[in-house]
Design a protein around this ligand. Structure first.
Ligand code: ASP
Length: 292
């Protein structure tokens, strides 16, 4: 039984297989490879893209999906997460897709060895399917040249699971990762760090902008995010004519993370990421439910 807690659960060969399958699925709708499979989604945190992307991916491959809304489940009556999970497993799904505010939850559930676990976001620790769809989006653009390219991750890096998973996967894939953030948003790291984008922008091929993870801040970090935006919002003025690909996992805080004008710029690939997310998740479901 294979789980996806973070991308290090996959071998290099499996990552290459995922990129190949996602590309093939994007080119041509595949047959209903998972027609006899059933998945349960269990999201303890809000989600727009990831949850619907998983559902679309599963359905495109013919699988059925059951959603359990924890805010209306017996979790509200005091049932523990482990008991909720055990009861769902008794219904014999083929996998459970879980999102939780605690870093450890997907691994804890995987350790119970009852059904494949797919991590759809855990605390500030891991969001492996986002990292894989980001990689797919960059490989689609740069091809094998992605190795050696430089990506600047900018924003609330310390609280972002997208950044954590991205840093692990993209450095493994041979990319140079540099971090741009105010001290309050900078993690402890040996990666190159910059306070402003201007210091590094001329050597950057990709920018990944991140939202301030307000729900994870114990106290208010910036009183006024318009001031923050003066330094960190990605605008056409800041990027100039440079050939830089712009990514963001969403939700984008308009005119704080990325300006309205930059969101309309062809270099901004936010919706391509969303589109590619479905194909990458199809590939991931195929790998976990069929190939392993
Ligand atoms: N959607 C991403 C996540 O769940 C990014 C974000 O919320 O800022 O981590």
């Amino acid at each position: 039984m294979q789980h996806l807690v973070d991308t290090n659960d996959f071998t290099d060969q499996q990552i290459q297989d995922l990129l190949r399958d996602a590309k093939a699925f994007k080119k041509q709708t595949p047959p209903k490879l998972l027609h006899d499979k059933l998945l349960i989604t269990l999201f303890f945190e809000a989600s727009t893209r990831t949850r619907s992307s998983f559902e679309v991916a599963a359905k495109r491959l013919g699988a059925s999906v059951v959603h359990l809304d924890p805010s209306r489940s017996s979790a509200k009556k005091g049932e523990s997460l482990e008991d909720t999970f055990t009861n769902l497993c008794a219904m014999e799904p083929d996998g459970i897709i879980v999102r939780h505010h605690l870093n450890q939850t997907p691994q804890d559930l995987a350790n119970m060895h009852t059904t494949p676990i797919i991590n759809a976001g855990a605390g500030n620790y891991a969001h492996p399917t986002q990292a894989l769809l980001d990689l797919f989006t960059m490989v689609e653009y740069f091809g094998t040249q992605v190795r050696g390219k430089t990506i600047a991750i900018i924003g609330d890096i310390v609280n972002s699971r997208v950044a954590s998973s991205g840093i692990r996967l993209l450095t493994r894939m041979g990319m140079h990762v540099v971090l741009v953030a105010p001290p309050q948003f900078m993690p402890e790291t040996s990666l190159p760090q910059y306070k402003t984008l201007e210091e590094v922008i001329d050597s950057v091929d990709v920018i990944m902008s991140l939202r301030a993870q307000l729900e994870r801040h114990e106290k208010e970090i910036f009183e006024d995010y318009d001031d923050y935006a003066q330094q960190y919002c990605i605008t056409p003025e800041r990027i100039g004519e440079r050939n830089i690909l712009l990514l963001h996992p969403g939700p984008v805080m308009r005119n704080i993370d990325i300006s309205d004008a930059m969101l309309d710029d062809p270099r901004c690939r936010v919706l391509t990421q969303v589109k590619n997310g479905v194909f990458m998740r199809m590939a991931i479901l195929k790998l976990l439910l069929l190939d392993s």
